[in-house]
Design a protein around this ligand. Structure first.
Ligand SMILES: Cc1cc2nc3c(=O)[nH]c(=O)nc-3n(C[C@H](O)[C@H](O)[C@H](O)COP(=O)(O)OP(=O)(O)OC[C@H]3O[C@@H](n4cnc5c(N)ncnc54)[C@H](O)[C@@H]3O)c2cc1C
Length: 358
């Protein structure tokens, strides 16, 4: 079928959905509260099912020119000893978020994305009157979600700092200590993508105002790969945020409203799957809307296809986040890290087994 979709949110999920629908002849309005695409941002790991979704959306140029192929990685102790080796299975890439968002938006006709256009809760009735379908792609604190299901983001137990460090790395490395992890991956621009996550109790709100000072304190005495990377960080790139996830929703669609991406299943970042699932959601919903005879059957099919798999990823991400945030001693931590490697391997196997998005 063809129709008009009004989409709240122009992040990964909203822009990918717009691309899929526009390619199939739909009219789409994406309402994004930001003034334009971001100029800076961190790097996203893209698992094979997300890489397939990107091909499907016609982003072959992004993948060939601006995506770094993931090589082997290592899980390390704070003294630098290797706890486990990680070998990416299948086509795993790293893409800088600004590159991904720009590539998704570039393919859309002028006027589809309406920047500086927040969609307020009291504007949703009007949107539903005009549109065939209303989609919440507006992230963790979605204004569309209450139209579909009620759920509150779960309270933070960890804080993440992300940023870029000068100079490159050739492999993924993640170091685990008591209640904190520190990871590096390659960036397409030749710098290093850095992420650190730690138990919220380890950093007061005041300390979070000075992320570089905080990282220097929290990671002092760790192996040189960590401490030297902290000193190479570009302070202007540092982003500090409390991590939340969502409890499982009873539905991803109700009436003519649907949810995609973090609006439906915000998750802890430990498996690097949130944006991946957002892309796969978008392709699935676009396909269903294009193929079904009416919106109701399309949304029911989308819900049936995506709710189960994403629920499992949220659960596995939460488990991994709990393990990595544990403040127990070194032997327990090392056992936990080894277990985490197994959880991660089992959960990421699902990133190949999902829907076939040729
Ligand atoms: C530390 C960290 C590391 C991560 N690493 C990875 C990774 O390696 N791989 C991976 O796949 N995922 C990763 N993620 C997860 C990923 O960032 C998210 O899952 C992804 O951004 C979700 O995309 P989205 O479009 O659903 O939501 P968002 O990115 O939150 O986008 C929502 C958009 O909606 C807009 N918006 C919100 N409300 C309104 C409104 N009322 N009206 C209009 N616009 C609105 C916002 O401005 C935003 O642009 C990571 C997350 C974190 C925190």
């Amino acid at each position: 079928m063809r129709g008009l979709a009004v989409v709240a949110g122009g992040g990964v999920a909203g822009l990918a959905l717009a691309r899929g629908l526009v390619a199939g002849g739909w009219d789409v309005e994406v309402h994004e509260r930001a003034a334009g695409p971001p100029a800076t941002g961190s790097t996203l790991g893209m698992w094979p099912h997300a890489v397939a979704a990107l091909h499907r959306l016609g982003l072959d140029d992004l993948l060939s020119a601006r995506a770094v192929l993931a090589a082997r990685g290592e899980l390390l102790r704070t003294d630098g000893r290797v706890l486990a080796s990680l070998a990416p299975r299948g086509d795993v890439r790293f893409v800088d978020r600004p590159d991904l968002l720009a590539a998704l938006a570039d393919g859309l006709p002028a006027g589809v994305v309406r920047w500086s256009s927040p969609l307020a809760a009291d504007a949703l009735d009007d949107a539903l009157e005009r549109a065939d379908v209303l989609v919440g792609a507006d992230g963790l604190r979605s204004v569309v979600r209450p139209r579909v299901a009620h759920a509150r983001p779960r309270p933070p137990h960890q804080v993440a700092v992300r940023g870029a460090a000068r100079g490159g790395v050739d492999r993924l490395a993640e170091t685990w200590g008591r209640g904190r992890i520190f990871g590096t991956t390659a960036r397409a621009d030749g710098d290093t993508n850095v992420y650190a996550a730690f138990a919220a109790a380890l950093a007061s709100p005041a300390e979070r105002e000075d992320p570089l000072g905080l990282l220097r304190r929290l990671y002092a005495g760790w192996h040189e790969g960590v401490t030297a990377t902290v000193e190479r960080l570009r302070p202007e790139t540092l982003d500090v945020r409390e991590l939340h996830d969502l409890p499982p929703l009873p539905a991803y669609a109700r009436g003519r409203a649907a949810l995609v991406g973090d609006a439906a299943h915000a998750m802890a970042p430990n498996l690097g799957r949130g944006a991946c699932e957002a892309l796969v959601d978008a392709v699935a919903l676009a396909d269903r809307l294009l193929a079904a005879p009416d919106v109701a059957s399309a949304l029911a099919a989308y819900d049936a296809e995506r709710r189960g798999p994403t629920r499992r990823v949220v659960r596995a991400s939460r488990a991994l986040s709990r393990i990595s945030g544990s403040t127990r001693g070194a032997p327990a931590r090392d056992a936990a890290a080894a277990l985490a490697g197994r959880v991660a391997r089992a959960a990421t196997a699902g990133a190949r087994g999902h829907r076939d998005v040729r």
